[in-house]
Design a protein around this ligand. Structure first.
Ligand code: PMP
Length: 296
């Protein structure tokens, strides 16, 4: 926390922390996986780049270099003696002035590492999850910049997630304010149709997911055609396969959307192939992707 390793229970903030009141923080969720050569962080550099991008959008001046942050992430994992973990890295406007202009406040930075197994459970990874198109829309860029991974964005995600859970589903799918598909509450979405892997284009405001980018690259390597474009809601219902990607969710099949069964109920062949390749990659079993691992 702010450059110091401190015990978990002492990692506290003041109640007048700016970000607590106004959502003025940016963050990353990163994973570290066990490999034959010890724990390795997946795409750390890319996460730090996205953090820097989010901070740039909100004029948050992070008082550490990318190298310092990278070293600090590694140090935090080592100190916790974790083999596999989830890492939360947050930069936020701290305690100072509570006015709406955050820029006079200190920028605090914290990194936490803790165990996290699967987001949707083993069952979710195998059988898929049930989704519901949300009544809440994905952030409109005229309201909040959707490409920044800002804490404030997750009020929108939490509304959608709770609505989906209360409806007996596992996850929400956001449409944009103009009605095309954007993403999940904390994941990107892909559909498979006519041998093509399709994911919403950047204009639909999905967070530019690092898992999404990785899956696109794996798919191309496997000879699949990858298309980024607008996706209509009903195309979800007509998809042969659909799945979600994210650091927490990894590659999770979707088995149902709004009561329509997708494909053959369980994960489809494309999803299964990509999922297997993804897990090989993060566990250091594919030499072509070792470039994305930071061994700790
Ligand atoms: N969309 C949203 C809204 C998210 O919170 C996340 C998780 N960071 C993703 C997509 C997936 O991004 P990544 O693969 O980089 O974790």
């Amino acid at each position: 926390m702010n450059g110091q390793l401190i015990p978990w229970d002492e990692a506290r903030v003041h109640v007048l922390t700016h970000a607590l009141h106004y959502g003025t923080g940016v963050f990353e969720g990163i994973r570290c996986y066990e490999t034959e050569n010890g724990p390795a962080i997946f795409r750390l550099k890319d996460h730090l780049r996205r953090l820097a991008d989010s901070a740039r959008i909100y004029l948050i001046k992070i008082p550490y270099s990318e190298q310092q942050l990278s070293d600090a992430v590694i140090q935090t994992i080592r100190a916790n003696e974790l083999k596999e973990c989830y890492i939360r890295l947050i930069a936020y406007f701290g305690y100072g002035e509570l006015g709406l202009n955050p820029l006079h406040n200190p920028v605090d930075v914290a990194i936490a590492a803790f165990p996290l197994v699967t987001y949707f459970g083993e069952e979710g990874l195998r059988q898929g999850v049930r989704c519901k198109v949300s009544s809440w829309c994905r952030l409109d860029p005229r309201v909040l910049p959707p490409l920044a991974k800002a804490t404030a964005n997750y009020l929108n995600s939490a509304l959608a997630k709770v609505e989906a859970l209360q409806a007996g589903c596992d996850e929400a799918i956001f449409l944009t304010t103009s009605g095309t598909v954007s993403e999940g509450s904390g994941e990107n979405i892909f559909i498979v149709k006519n041998q093509e892997l399709i994911t919403p284009w950047v204009g639909a405001g999905p967070l530019q997911g690092i898992t999404m980018a990785s899956v696109k690259e794996i798919a191309k390597d496997l000879g699949m055609r990858v298309v980024e474009r607008e996706i209509l809601r009903e195309e979800l219902y007509l998809a042969e396969e659909a799945f979600l990607t994210g650091t927490a969710a990894e590659v999770t099949p979707i088995c149902e959307i709004d009561g329509r069964i997708i494909g053959n109920v369980t994960r489809g062949p494309f999803t299964e192939k990509l999922q297997a390749a993804f897990f090989d990659m993060v566990h250091g079993k594919n030499a072509a992707y070792l470039k994305w691992l930071t061994y700790i």
